[in-house]
Write a protein that binds this ligand. Structure first.
Ligand code: ADP
Length: 378
């Protein structure tokens, strides 16, 4: 059964992040201070106190300090891109290489490092590469010539899905397989990826298109969700030993008896750069801006509601309320083996206090989600 699969390529990501499969793993990353933080907040203490060795964090305001909140990992401002990838995304990537769906999401206030964490290309300095580039690098290194790796890249803005690789395609519908419930976007471009350079070019094209689309609509990219979907198709052999199923790349000639069954495994990795979590002030918004505020709130609010409902094991999970949550359906238990990591990015300064608190609380609710549940949707 799928539940008993042991990943065969478990190289170490080296942390207890590995344990507890089936739970949504949540990490927090603090952005380093920038010039603005230093100028604007010179008299104030930071709004968080990190205890990375305990994987805990406290919120601070003036002379008050909150209780400490535990996460799967707490990254200080000096954490490297490599370490963030290895702890947050690598276990998900390994699981995807073994045939399960996986999701890595970044949530936080605009300017706290979501795009840096996920989308940074590191053209001049490979150590700066973010999760998308590192994931593709690992995936391409693990698959063989007969396997297939493809990507779609799109943005979700005002409940409209726009292809970032073919920006003339707007309003792409979501397809849901009536039998398996599997979500796909048949209208979106799907591009075969053969090497990392080619993938970097695709991401660059996507970013340029995102920028152009947002300039045209007179909005900011921080208000749209950018979603990279990676499809992997591998021919693997399932090996059953002592009741445990593992997957191996075995040359056909060495196959013995009924022990090994050739299979094509399809899996999907989603990397989601969510819109800024800051509340948009509706009071001063009119017309288009008000519509926008409402829609952005629709997707993010709906994500928040689903996370609350899942955390509370509620009988009703309102996944159908927005496109974002429909797309993320598999990430929250559509399949019992789906793996999901959430990285909460926060700013260091006192002026970030309210938004930081709200992001930390969002993460605290998400950490309660156990992914094994069969979803009870309405
Ligand atoms: P967001 O996507 O959340 O709006 P960005 O990723 O665009 O935020 O980050 C805002 C700025 O802060 C960028 O200039 C980015 O390079 C910088 N930044 C964010 N996180 C880090 C980090 N961990 N180390 C160095 N610079 C960072």
């Amino acid at each position: 059964s799928r539940r008993s699969v042991t990943p065969n390529s478990r190289t170490n990501s080296g942390s207890d992040y590995e344990e507890d499969r089936g739970r949504v793993r949540v990490a927090v990353r603090l952005r380093p201070k920038n010039a603005e933080d230093i100028i604007l907040d010179s008299d104030f203490a930071d709004c968080v106190e990190l205890q990375p060795e305990l994987k805990r964090l406290k919120l601070r305001k003036n002379n008050w300090t909150s209780e400490s909140y535990r996460f799967d990992e707490v990254f200080t401002e000096t954490a490297s891109q490599k370490r963030v990838y290895e702890v947050v995304a690598k276990p998900v990537v390994e699981s995807v290489l073994n045939g399960y769906s996986g999701t890595v999401m970044a949530y936080g206030q605009t300017g706290t490092g979501k795009t840096y964490t996920l989308g940074k290309l590191g053209k001049d300095d490979a150590s700066e590469r973010g999760i998308m580039a590192r994931a593709l690098e690992d995936i391409l290194a693990s698959v063989s010539a007969s396997d297939c790796v493809e990507v779609s890249y799109f943005q979700l803005y005002m409940e409209c899905i726009q292809d970032l690789l073919a920006p003339e395609k707007i309003n792409i519908p979501i397809n849901e397989d009536p039998k398996t419930g599997e979500i796909s976007l048949p209208g979106a471009s799907v591009v075969k990826v053969q090497n990392l350079d080619q993938f970097s070019q695709l991401l660059q094209i996507g970013e340029a298109n995102r920028h152009a689309a947002n300039t045209k609509l007179n909005t900011e990219s921080s208000r749209s969700h950018a979603i990279l979907m990676v499809y992997i198709r591998r021919s693997v052999h399932e090996k059953v030993e002592d009741g445990i199923t593992s997957w191996e790349k075995v040359p056909r000639t060495t196959l013995s008896g009924s022990n090994a069954i050739p299979l094509i495994r399809k899996s999907k990795l989603l990397i989601v750069d969510l819109a800024g979590s800051e509340r948009i002030d509706k009071s001063g918004s009119e017309g288009h801006l008000l519509e926008e505020a409402k829609f952005i709130n629709l997707s993010l609010t709906s994500l928040g509601k689903c996370i609350n409902a899942l955390a509370e094991n509620s009988p009703h999970i309102p996944l159908r309320d927005s496109k974002l949550t429909r797309l993320l359906r598999d990430s929250f238990g559509g399949h019992c083996s789906a793996r999901t990591s959430l990285i909460i990015t926060i700013g260091p300064s006192a002026r970030h206090y309210a938004e930081t608190t709200s992001s930390v609380m969002f993460g605290q609710r998400a950490i309660k989600i156990v992914n094994m549940v069969k979803l009870k949707e309405e």
